[in-house]
Design a protein around this ligand. Structure first.
Ligand code: Z5A
Length: 200
């Protein structure tokens, strides 16, 4: 059986984690591997602490390499072995986040390394960036280093995601992040069903 690599992308608070959790439950009989970025390995969780720590001033290119170093470790330890074993991998953010945040919003030259597996499908949660930021305020979450960026920064991220999705329409599935959790989840299931069936 071939592996299936599913990723979720979007701006801050757009509902990725919620959808990843709902999908993980729906796929539970397949024993999916669910990961989040930055994180998922000991190195990745340490990178997460560094890049999200609000008291640190990090050079934009150094920031990109930190995210990518965490990702490479996650690929080596978790994603590549799982895909090779034919498992379903669901990732809460992946390399498109680097292309959108560090490449699009910070202007760092960002490429897709050939050793980073391409997802089979990427769900992009789209909606007004203000909504996501407001959801965090409503949830009482203290802003981390990335969340402290300006509204303009988050809009640039959204624009970059829009371009990435337009460039790869076969991989990206655009989802209306302003819909209900259940409605979005049902769309995700509809789009995944044929891919899951095809690997049986
Ligand atoms: N980053 C980067 O710059 N480069 C990279 O390469 C990578 C990441 C990998 C990671 O922070 C930060 O690192 C992120 C990008 C950057 N920063 N920014 N800005 P994180 O992992 O802590 O945060 P996040 O990935 O942006 O996720 P999040 O903030 O947790 O948001 P989310 O996962 O998209 O949303 P959520 O947690 O599912 O939902 C947010 C709230 O909305 C919550 O209260 C939900 O109950 C609610 N919600 C969810 N769905 C709905 C719907 N449909 N309706 C109403 N309310 C909803």
């Amino acid at each position: 059986m071939s592996g299936l690599f599913i990723t979720f992308e979007g701006t801050e608070g757009s509902g990725k984690t919620t959808q990843v959790e709902m999908l993980g439950e729906w796929l539970s009989s397949y024993d999916p591997v669910v990961v989040r970025e930055p994180g998922g390995t000991e190195l990745g969780e340490r990178v997460r602490e560094v890049v999200l720590y609000a008291g640190l001033d990090i050079d934009a290119e150094a920031e990109m390499y930190l995210f990518m170093a965490g990702r490479r470790q996650l690929i080596a330890e978790v994603i590549a072995p799982a895909l090779a074993a034919g498992q379903i991998v669901v990732a809460d953010r992946y390399h498109d986040s680097t292309l959108a945040y560090q490449g699009g919003a910070r202007g760092v030259p960002a490429i897709w390394p050939s050793t980073f597996p391409r997802p089979n499908i990427t769900f992009l949660l789209e909606g007004p960036v203000e909504n996501g930021l407001e959801r965090h305020v409503a949830a009482g979450k203290a802003p981390d280093r990335m969340e402290q960026e300006s509204l303009d920064f988050h809009r640039k991220v959204a624009t970059a995601y829009d371009r990435l999705a337009a460039a790869e329409p076969d991989r990206f599935v655009r989802l209306d992040a302003t819909g209900s959790r259940e409605k979005i989840h049902l769309t995700v299931r509809d789009r995944l069903a044929p891919l899951i069936e095809a690997r049986q």
